[in-house]
Design a protein around this ligand. Structure first.
Ligand code: AMP
Length: 495
C-alpha cells in the first residue's frame, strides 16, 4: 500500500494589489531563478522507439533549442545520446542507430545564460540501488536550491546545475519500499512545475505536478503508448490522442499495461496561460484539448472589441501574432495582410543567450513589405511585450523601411508585469517594461502612434475555467509558493 505525503499548502503571498498598497512592488529583484522551457516525448512498446522520439523532439523544437537528448531501452539496458544544438543536427542516422529498443524518452532544453552546459542537457541517466533510470523534466522547481543543499549535506554529489537532478537524488534517497513509492515520495517533496518522464529498463513512467502547469498528453501509435508535451507531435507521427496526463497523476506503462496513481487529491490547478499566448504551437490542443490557434484568434477578436481604431490594414508580427491578427481583422473588418516577412531559417530572437546577437535579432528575422505598407495606417498585432526592445525595433522598421504612415500596436495579452518562476523564460521583474511603466510611457518608448493591450478580464472571459489557470505573469498572483530561502528572496523581490 502506497503512502503519500499531503502536498504542502501554498503559503500566502500577498496579491499584486496588496503589495502595491504596501509599496513593495516594482523594486529591483535580488534573484533571477533558473528558467527552463522544455519539450518532452516518450514512447513505450514500439520497435522504432528512438526514431519516433527523434520526430517527436523535432516537432517540439520550439520548446527548447539549446540541447536535446534521447535515452532508449531494449529491456536490458539504457542507451543515451545527447548534445548541445538542434534536434536535426544532433541526431544523425548513426547516432539514432546507437539507440536500440522499444522504449525511449527525449528532451529538448532551453535555459537562460549561465547554465548552458552539455552536462545539463537531458535526459539525466543515473544508476542506483534499484537499477538504472533516465529522467526528463519540463518545468521549474522553485525550491531546488534548498533541496539541493539539504541533499548535499547528506552526501549527495550532483553532476549538473540543473534543478531536475534534485528529483533523481530524491528518488535515490527515498526509503520507499518500491520504485513507484520512491517516485511518489520524491515528487511530493518538490514544489514548482514538473512534467516528468522516467525511463527504466522495462518501463516508462510519466508524472505531472498537481497544478498541471505544463501541458502533457498521452496518445497511441501502432499499439504503442506515446507521451508528449504538445499534441502537434501526435499529428506528425500519426498517433491518436487519448487524454491528458492528469495533474497530480503518476502513470506507469509496462508489460502489464497502464496503471494510474493519483498522488494529490482535489488540488488547485494552475495551467500556464502563457502556453496559449505564446509558447505552445498553434496546431496543438492543450489543457483538455483546447486548440491554441483558435484561442489566439479569439484573443484577437476580443482585442478588436476592446480597442478597435480606424486604420487601413491589420498586420501580424509573425509568427506568434498571426492568429490574433486574423481574429482582429475579422471583428474590425479591416483587411489583413502579411506586412512583415519572417526569415524562418533562424531561431526565435530570444533563443540566443548572447546579448549582442539578440540586438541583431529583429533585423535578421523580419523585413517589411514596402509596396504593401507605404503611406498606410497600420494596426500591428503581437502576442506580448516583454522588455519592449522588439516592439521598438518593429515600429522603427515599419516607419523607415516600410514607409507606414501610422502604427497602432495592439498586444493580444495583458501587460506582462510578473516574472515566471514555473518554466517560462521571462526576464527579471525589473526588465519587464510593463512592471514599472504605464501603457502611455511604453507607447512613447516604442514610438508607436497608439498602444493597447488585451484586458486581463477579457482574457479570462475567453479561457474556459480561467480560475484553473496561472496568470501570475499578468497579475503577480503566484499560485505556487516559494518556500525557504526562495520565499524570503521573493519577499525581497517585492520589497
Ligand atoms: P521584447 O523585445 O523583450 O519585448 O520581446 C517581445 C517579443 O518576444 C514578442 O514578439 C513575443 O512574441 C516574444 N516573447 C514573448 N514571451 C517570450 C518568452 N518567454 N521567450 C521569448 N520570447 C518571448
Amino acid at each position: 500500500m502506497l503512502k503519500y505525503r499531503k502536498p504542502k499548502k501554498a503559503k500566502n503571498i500577498p496579491s499584486f494589489k496588496q503589495r502595491q498598497a504596501l509599496g513593495i512592488c516594482n523594486k529591483k529583484p535580488l534573484i533571477h531563478d533558473i528558467h527552463e522551457e522544455c519539450g518532452l516525448f516518450g514512447v513505450y512498446g514500439h520497435p522504432e522507439a528512438a526514431n519516433l522520439t527523434y520526430l517527436g523532439l523535432y516537432s517540439l523544437q520550439h520548446r527548447g533549442q539549446e540541447g536535446a537528448g534521447i535515452c532508449s531501452s531494449d529491456g536490458r539496458q539504457l542507451f543515451i545520446e545527447k548534445s548541445m544544438g538542434l534536434v536535426a543536427d544532433i541526431f544523425t542516422e548513426k547516432r539514432l542507430r546507437r539507440l536500440p529498443g522499444y522504449i525511449a524518452i527525449g528532451h529538448n532544453r532551453y535555459s537562460t545564460a549561465g547554465t548552458s552546459l552539455l552536462k545539463n542537457v537531458q535526459p539525466i541517466v543515473a544508476n542506483f540501488a534499484l537499477g538504472s533510470l533516465a529522467i526528463a523534466h519540463n518545468g521549474n522547481l522553485v525550491d531546488a536550491m534548498e533541496l539541493r543543499a539539504s541533499l548535499e549535506s547528506e552526501g549527495a554529489i550532483f553532476q549538473s546545475t540543473s534543478d531536475s537532478e534534485v528529483i533523481v537524488h530524491l528518488i535515490a534517497h527515498s526509503k520507499g519500499s518500491d520504485f513507484y513509492e520512491r517516485v511518489a515520495h520524491a515528487v511530493t517533496q518538490i514544489n514548482g512545475s514538473f512534467s516528468l518522464l522516467i525511463l527504466r529498463e522495462k518501463e516508462l513512467i510519466a508524472v505531472r505536478d498537481p497544478y498541471g502547469v505544463r501541458p502533457f498528453s498521452l496518445g497511441m501509435k501502432d499499439g504503442a503508448y506515446v507521451l508528449a508535451s504538445e499534441t502537434c507531435v501526435f499529428d506528425l507521427i500519426g498517433a491518436t490522442y487519448i487524454r491528458d496526463i492528469e495533474p497530480g497523476e503518476l502513470l506507469i506503462i509496462n508489460e502489464q499495461g497502464l496503471e494510474s496513481l493519483k498522488l494529490f487529491n482535489n488540488h488547485r490547478r494552475a495551467f500556464c496561460i502563457f502556453e496559449f499566448i505564446y509558447f505552445s504551437r498553434p496546431d496543438s490542443n492543450i489543457f483538455g484539448g483546447q486548440n491554441v490557434n483558435e484561442m489566439r484568434k479569439e484573443f484577437g477578436r476580443q482585442l478588436a472589441r476592446e480597442s478597435t481604431i480606424d486604420a487601413d490594414l491589420v498586420i501580424p508580427v509573425p509568427d506568434s501574432g498571426v492568429p490574433a491578427a486574423l481574429g482582429f481583422s475579422e471583428v474590425s473588418n479591416i483587411p489583413f495582410d502579411f506586412g512583415l516577412i519572417r526569415n524562418h531559417y533562424i531561431g526565435r530572437t530570444f533563443i540566443e543567450p548572447k546579448h549582442n546577437i539578440r540586438h541583431f535579432g529583429v533585423k535578421i528575422k523580419l523585413n517589411p513589405v514596402r509596396k504593401l505598407l507605404e503611406g498606410k495606417r497600420l494596426i500591428v498585432i503581437d502576442d506580448s511585450i516583454v522588455r519592449g526592445t522588439t516592439s521598438k525595433k518593429i515600429v522603427k522598421m515599419l516607419k523607415e523601411g516600410g514607409g507606414a504612415k501610422e502604427i497602432h500596436l495592439k498586444i493580444s495579452s495583458p501587460p506582462t508585469i510578473g516574472p515566471c518562476f514555473y518554466g517560462i523564460d521571462t526576464p527579471t521583474r525589473q526588465e519587464l517594461i510593463a512592471s514599472s511603466h504605464l501603457t502611455e510611457e511604453i507607447r512613447k518608448y516604442i514610438t508607436a502612434d497608439s498602444l493597447a493591450y488585451l484586458s486581463l478580464e477579457g482574457l479570462k472571459n475567453i479561457v474556459p475555467n480561467s480560475h484553473d489557470y496561472c496568470t501570475a505573469c499578468f497579475d503577480c498572483n503566484y499560485p505556487i509558493s516559494f518556500p525557504g530561502e526562495h520565499l524570503k528572496q521573493m519577499e525581497f523581490l517585492f520589497r
